[in-house]
Design a protein around this ligand. Structure first.
Ligand code: NAP
Length: 354
């Protein structure tokens, strides 16, 4: 179901790295129209074009540049807000917006593991939106909070979902190679990242997210709650001198054995549920498997399907577990703003908001 008129939306934290992606993806969106942009005290009351430290290649759309940045603590009369707020601000502001009747599609980590909040990837667990009615009832909110996963988690889970459905994932080891833009703007100091690799992100916090969020995403919804998947995960994260595009190497143990050829077929044939396929931001195919020995690569593969695609390569036997492979997706599009926009489209299509 597509809306009969464009829905006005707010972007919370619109001036930052993810906020700018929201502006870019929503400026010409067929279902949504940017009505409100918010920021911190630094920006409130000033034109967006003056205060946004714009880091994207396309210029700021003229009409958006002229919009005056609004306070984040004043709930606007819009059905949907996209949140690109820092964690601590999201913790405070997102419930205010939800209580005020707005459905908040958030990038922040604050509520991802809240048992009443869907952690959503439309191709993976669309049925988890059934949590929303429990959330609204128990929190007494007219609106709701829906989150998208950490930007490295989504890269991994897109590839793990079809393998888990077909063969059962028991354990996996992963090392991530994460782009600088994942740290926001100005992000990592050039003296730390140029000619270098940093083997830590968020003092272990990033690894904790990657080791817990997949269990909720791949869990099952029953009786108003998510039963987490039983998968053992060991993650090591690194920050690498790449601007956009998170890569992860994965070694996986499966309950039912699969050859590399069978796994490639399973990954390539994976399709989103029918309700997701027609959404404006849905990639034509969720996963593309590359046969070349040197793919995926961030610069060559991150823009697949407008940055919403996931590329898998090097699917081969593992000497210790069953299979290993490399997976990549765009961290500020698929892993952040684009993921949240796709979530909002699913909520509209399913009649949750609109
Ligand atoms: N970058 C990624 O790839 C990525 C991926 C997934 C999730 N995330 C998450 O998305 C969120 C945003 O990340 P980012 O990389 O875009 O950060 P960022 O570049 O640092 O931007 C932060 C934004 O929040 C606003 N802000 C800061 N303090 C505020 C306050 N007290 N009240 C209201 N607004 C405030 C800033 O507004 P002013 O400019 O006006 O100060 C700015 O718009 C974070 O929670 C992050 O963990 C990021």
């Amino acid at each position: 179901m597509s809306p009969t008129r464009k829905l006005p939306v707010a972007i919370l934290g619109a001036t930052g790295a993810v906020g700018q992606r929201f502006v870019q993806l929503l400026a010409d969106h067929p279902w949504f129209e940017i009505a409100v942009l918010t920021g911190s005290d630094r920006s409130i009351g000033k034109p967006y074009g003056e205060v946004a430290r714009w880091i994207l290649n396309d210029p700021i759309p003229d009409a958006i540049a002229e919009m005056v940045v609004q306070p984040t603590d004043e709930v606007a009369d819009v059905p949907i807000a996209f949140s690109a707020l820092p964690t601590e601000n999201a913790q405070e502001s997102e419930p205010q917006w939800a209580a005020g009747g707005v459905v908040v599609c958030s990038n922040a980590s604050s509520f991802r593991m809240d048992p009443l909040v869907p952690l959503l990837i439309p191709e993976v667990n669309p049925e988890h939106i059934a949590l929303i009615e429990h959330q609204q009832r128990q929190r007494n909110w007219r609106g709701a909070i829906v989150t998208n996963p950490n930007c490295a988690t989504i890269t991994l889970v897109m590839a793990l979902k079809p393998l888990h459905d077909a063969y059962g994932v028991r354990h996996f080891f992963t090392t991530t190679l994460q782009a600088i833009s994942g740290a926001g703007y100005p992000g990592v100091a050039s003296l730390d990242i140029l000619d270098n690799i940093v083997p830590n992100i968020g003092n272990g916090g990033e690894e904790a997210k990657i080791e817990t969020e997949p269990l909720k995403l791949l869990g099952t919804f029953a009786d108003g709650a998510i039963q987490p998947a039983e998968i053992g995960i060991s993650a090591q994260v690194t920050r690498v001198p790449v601007i956009d595009g998170h890569t992860a190497t994965v070694a996986v143990e499966l309950a039912a054995k699969a050859s590399p050829g069978e796994a490639i077929a399973t990954l390539s044939e994976f399709r989103a549920p029918p309700v997701v396929r027609g959404l404006p931001s849905a990639p034509a195919r969720p996963i593309v498997v590359r046969a070349e020995a040197d793919r995926p690569q961030p610069r060559r593969d991150r823009d697949l399907y407008g940055g919403m695609g996931t590329t898998v390569g090097r699917v081969r036997p593992c000497n210790l577990l069953d299979l290993r492979f490399v997976v990549l997706s765009h961290n500020t599009i698929r892993g952040a703003a684009g993921g949240a926009v796709l979530n909002a489209e699913l909520l509209v299509a399913e009649g949750v908001v609109g």
